[in-house]
Write a protein that binds this ligand. Sequence first.
Ligand code: ZN
Length: 415
Amino acid sequence: MKVLLLFGMGLLTASSHGQAQPTVRIQLQAAPATHSFSCRYTLRLPAADTASTIVLHLNRQLRLDQVRAPESAAQRVERVFYPYFADTVQRVTVRFARPARKARQLTLSYSGALPPRTFTEQAELYSAHSGWLPYRPYREYDLVQYALEVDVPPGYEVRSSGPARKRRRNRWTFAGTTSALEPTALIARQFANLASPRREISVCKAGAAPVAADSALLRKAEAVIAFYNRTIGRQDSISHFRILLPGTNANAFGLLDNATVITYTSFDVQDRGDLLILAHEISHKWWGYGSVHDENDWLNEAFATYSSLLYLQASGDTTGYRERLTQLTESAVGTPAIIGFNRYAHAPAMYRRVIYNKGTVVLAALRARLGTEKFGALLATVAKQRISTTGALLAVTEQVAGAPTRAWLLARLSE
Ligand SMILES: [Zn+2]
């Protein structure tokens, strides 16, 4: 019954965009003292999806304890190489008997430990780069409606991208819609919370008292979000946003669920580079729908990079804008075209030069061609429509700016 209730809750919050999404129920039991955990992960496909096979990948470091799939005809677990993570993974394949009488459902039970750099003495982070969730191959950033239940020992608390839907003793329940890898649980004995006056923007810091740099981070996040809500996000604005600071030291990443995780211990928005990272990651609220496996990743990374530069320029740092754009332009010289770019045929540095840098240079040139106002209208439309392919971008470009600009953009992306 509980399962049904939780799935029902997810359905009520179904996105109006696109077709029905899979629902996911994640039951995490965390043992912070040893940074280990066990998890039960249930994927349920939309009723209309009568796929005869479901495939899930699981990190090879985790122990797969059980696979359950009602009405399945066959199950197989094997080790395969997965290029996106450049690593071997456990591939679980379940075949179903036909015809489907119920929605397809698959549950994996597994256990293991968090990888290095996802925890400290004070906190541990279960999130997009912690390797703790299964995913459908090449669909790890597809949207899912999730319910996340986290059990922690007494004395620990849990934070996520939004407030808990429910808390009962040591179980915290969160829910929302985000990409399959992104349901997030940050666990610590104590948290410091900084919030904007109306509490719509907050900084949540694990395990340590806030310092001046955290207050500066909150103020900059407010300024960046206000700018984006006037520009790229004006048709689909941010109403609430959370920045999670786990205190680990690895990277920074945006979450589609109106949150970003910054794990640099020395992050300081007074530094131009850090400010650009913050603005880049916040903008992934809009730029997160292109496939990360092919050229369409430029719709994520170049758009986020150029958005951060737009903020920098609007905030008055026109020198920084020019310098950074010059660096990116030089880095993009002599690189392959964006259209047709295969990240798996190149070293990571070339991926960055093409998908991030060259894409940003193309967007700057498009703005120069259209003027800031029309370019802004185009970006806002692309964001609102959650454009996920370069072909769809070209079509919107034609609607907003005309056929010659579409042809011009296609040529820039092809050279
Ligand atoms: Zn990015």
